[in-house]
Design a protein around this ligand. Structure first.
Ligand SMILES: NC(=O)c1ccc[n+]([C@@H]2O[C@H](COP(=O)([O-])OP(=O)(O)OC[C@H]3O[C@@H](n4cnc5c(N)ncnc54)[C@H](OP(=O)(O)O)[C@@H]3O)[C@@H](O)[C@H]2O)c1
Length: 294
């Protein structure tokens, strides 16, 4: 059944995918900056009150993980204060809120996949602000779905790991990639499809936190090698000859990253009655989409 949906952050890599997938089936109002600015609470409140959607999807976020270390106030405003305001307005309207979150709410010390109920302990500012957003929503509005995902890439991304590897692969002979951070790459299209599948089933009984990524477990190094191999199969012109595995210590960044970022997706799989597709198959599809249609 068609729903009236307000999508915030429609210019992001996930936001654009959601827009494409939902707009043929729903009455979708998709907003991005400058029409909507998550640093301006009154603007946010006014827009939600005017539109009065049945469902709000928040795909907007401060996602610059390293920059967040030097801009904690801005990251907090966008990732924690704004979700609180969205949740307050959603609660007043009686609408359902779907919010995206991240594997970075965990510290990565575990060696088996994180369940929704596992203890959170973010190790960087971005993760802390995203967790604060989750908590604010949880305390404000019971009718929410918080969808935690990880290692997101898609055709629409201004910059993501796949696009960076393709760019470097055309410029360099050798790339050094971290091999001791483990996780699961996730295609934006799959995230958007999962949201599309959840929408017709939204009831207070299913509210809560869900993990969703593609299936499989790899390092960033493995991912880079796979991008290289798959793009070679598609005859993408690459100069790269060698991908070198390095340690996190050899690639210092402003923000610390969790060493182990694998999310257990059993809860959502059981709810939807289907397991997430394997990351390698999705990478192949995304690259075909990106390289053959561009
Ligand atoms: N990327 C990942 O690897 C990853 C991993 C796990 C979870 N997630 C989560 O997935 C969700 C979607 O992320 P994404 O990968 O699609 O990120 P993205 O491509 O960076 O998109 C985020 C969007 O938020 C918008 N935004 C930022 N500040 C704003 C503000 N003050 N007002 C209005 N809009 C603002 C940006 O607008 P502009 O286009 O104008 O800059 C951008 O379009 C986020 O909740 C993120 O935390 C992402």
């Amino acid at each position: 059944m068609t729903k009236s949906i307000l999508l915030l952050g429609s210019n992001g890599q996930v936001g654009q995918e959601i827009q494409q997938i939902l707009s043929p089936h729903h009455q979708l109002i998709a907003l991005a900056r400058p029409s909507i600015d998550l640093t301006r609470p009154e603007n946010l409140r006014q827009i939600i009150r005017e539109i009065q959607p049945q469902i709000i999807i928040n795909a907007a976020a401060y996602t610059a993980v390293d920059k967040a270390e030097t801009e904690p106030e801005l990251a907090t405003t966008v990732n924690a204060t704004a979700p609180q305001i969205i949740a307050e307005e959603s609660q007043k309207l009686g609408s359902f809120l779907i919010h995206l979150s991240t594997d970075y709410v965990f510290d990565g010390e575990q060696s088996h996949p994180y369940q929704e109920t596992d203890t959170t302990n973010p190790i960087n500012i971005y993760g802390k602000t995203k967790l604060a957003g989750e908590i604010a929503i949880g305390q404000t509005h019971p009718h929410h779905i918080i969808l935690r995902t990880a290692w997101v890439y898609g055709t629409f991304g201004k910059s993501n790991f796949v696009k960076t590897m393709l760019r470097l692969g055309k410029e360099r002979q050798e790339i050094r990639v971290v091999a001791d951070q483990i996780g699961t790459p996730t295609w934006t299209q799959d995230i958007a499809h999962v949201i599309a599948q959840i929408i017709p089933q939204l009831t207070p009984a299913i509210a809560g936190i869900y993990h969703y990524t593609n299936s499989g477990v790899i390092s960033w190094y493995d991912f880079a090698v796979a991008i290289w191999e798959e793009s070679q199969h598609l005859n993408f012109p690459l100069t790269i000859k060698n991908i070198v595995p390095i340690t996190t210590a050899e690639y210092p960044t402003l923000a610390r990253r969790p060493a182990y970022s694998v999310l257990a997706c059993g809860k959502i799989s059981q709810f939807l009655g289907t397991y997430p597709p394997h990351w390698r198959q999705r990478l192949r599809l995304m690259l075909k989409d990106l390289l053959l249609n561009s």
